[in-house]
Write a protein that binds this ligand. Sequence first.
Ligand code: PMP
Length: 297
Amino acid sequence: MKVYINGTIYDKHDAKISVFDHGLLYGDGVFEGIRSYGGKVFRLQQHLDRLWDSAKALWLEIPIGKEQMGRDIYSMLKTNGIDDGYVRVVVTRGCGTLGLGPDRCHDPQVIIIADTIALYPKEFYEKGLTIVTVSTLRNHPAALSPRIKSLNYLNNILAKIEGIQAGCIEALMLNHKGEVAECTGDNIFLVHKGCVLTPPNEAGILEGITRDAVMTLAREAGYEMRVTPLTKHDVYIADECFLTGTAAEVVPVVKVDSRPIGDGRPGPVTRQLMQRFHEMARSEQREGPANRGRGQS
Ligand code: PMP
């Protein structure tokens, strides 16, 4: 496997950055997880926009342009011979002194790793996940906005540890107001009396790109789509629950805090949206700069 660092292609084992990089020392940097389906990068522009927004919030200037980044992502997929895969883009603050100061770092590192994708086991999609609500609250948005996809994922990792200890692969996080925020690496949706519900940005969540796509699909399928604050109670009494994320796509949840959701099996709305998402991801027009204007590929 080949890895990209600042425009140079390295063998996997030679792809290294400095121990003085503030990405390592302080989690100072940003990243994106992106999917490619049949050689097409899914929602490339949205991922690039979110990466640039995250960097801006951290006062971090990405040393290449979005067009260039898009081309380089496609070229790394090609270099590694990957059609259906997962691309991790990382931009670190770069090397500085051992002090915090980002102003002393002048060489941000741009890393692109294009790999195959390890999906959740098929069983999870067929039978649904069991999750728990954990005590680790999602970061207060006024302290560290969950809208920044930064290299500091400790908030999510602390929640993930609680989930693992409870024997669950995902864990539900509440915000400082006790409202439902999101899971450690996925957004959450409920279905209640025919309405599809998901928490708003103000609940302190990452604005998921899969979430955005699924909201559109739900509306197109004729469901009322409500972006509204939710509580644990709403989760417990929901007819259906599912999670969305780049790696997970759409995955049903059938039990939360030992309460079966609905009849304890993946519901019809979830199954329909899983199917629609699957079809859309594999049929969307390639939006990579290398192919712009050439229509469906
Ligand atoms: N929330 C968090 C905390 C995430 O890390 C992710 C990304 N894995 C998501 C939600 C889902 O976002 P997306 O659909 O853009 O992958």
